[in-house]
Design a protein around this ligand. Structure first.
Ligand code: UDP
Length: 235
């Protein structure tokens, strides 16, 4: 019997999660450790889709001296680099993988086609969604919620540098409260930095549960899928 609590999960990996200590670029060892855990989860019979960020290479909102939309398109391209890096590491571990991009880059990835993505997932392939939403002014967190809604994921697993949602930044505020559970409404009302407000509102409107957890320990991916009490559950 599977020990997994969920049948289909959407794992959001930020670009930073793939960079390790150096914070930029792709750290193959760090990516490898994450992929070992993704493999373990697929072997439990869980269908895994991933939305990958791009902040380890480029963030459009960082005030580059160029048109915001242009800077965002560069960020979108950065997510494609991370997507194929993840694919490489997963396939090296014998996991069948497909990368689907929200903007066409046909020579290296499939375009996003929901029905195809569903088929891949049912066949046990890990589907990596890159290219964010395909539109400037959005984030890959919003893309994660969008794809989770489209594929009917049971939960979004949001791997973060921080291990949970707090009432304030625990590095600054020593007495910051750590939440085990919280509602979307509270996240929005208290302006807690879980995801950007577009992503949070989309998640709330579609009733998708979200688990925020620390990705520094990749074993947390397995713990999350088993339904162990880690991080913060936003419902
Ligand atoms: N981006 C975008 N539209 C999207 C998703 C991402 O324009 O739908 C751009 C945006 O510039 C963003 C960058 O890609 O700053 C990288 O994505 P994000 O910041 O979400 O990556 P993460 O912080 O998760 O690594």
């Amino acid at each position: 019997m599977s020990e997994a609590k969920y049948k289909r999960v959407l794992l959001k990996l930020s670009g930073e999660a793939l960079a390790g200590e150096q914070k930029t670029g792709v750290n193959v060892d760090v990516v490898g450790k994450i992929c070992d855990k993704i493999k373990q989860v697929t072997e439990m019979g869980v269908e895994v889709a991933i939305v990958v960020g791009g902040g380890n290479f480029w963030r459009g909102r960082n005030g580059h001296q160029m048109e915001r939309a242009t800077a965002d398109y560069m960020g979108i391209l950065a997510t494609a680099m991370n997507g194929i890096a993840l694919q490489d590491a997963l396939e090296a571990r014998g996991i069948q993988t497909r990368v689907q991009t929200a903007i066409e880059i046909r020579e290296i990835a499939e375009p996003f086609i929901l029905r195809k993505a569903e088929k891949h997932l049912k066949r046990g392939r890990v589907v990596i969604f890159a290219g964010g939403t395909g539109h400037a002014y959005f984030t890959t967190d919003t893309a994660a919620v969008l794809r989770a809604a489209e594929i009917n994921a049971d939960i979004i697993l949001l791997g973060k540098a921080i291990d949970a949602v707090y009432s304030a930044d625990p590095k600054i505020e020593k007495n910051a409260e750590k939440y085990d559970k919280i509602s979307y409404l509270e996240v929005l009302e208290k302006d807690l930095k879980v995801m950007d407000s577009t992503a949070t509102a989309l998640c709330r409107d579609n009733n998708i549960p979200l688990l925020v957890f620390g990705i520094a320990d990749p074993e947390n991916i397995v713990r999350a899928v088993k339904g162990e009490k880690i991080g913060t559950l936003v419902k």
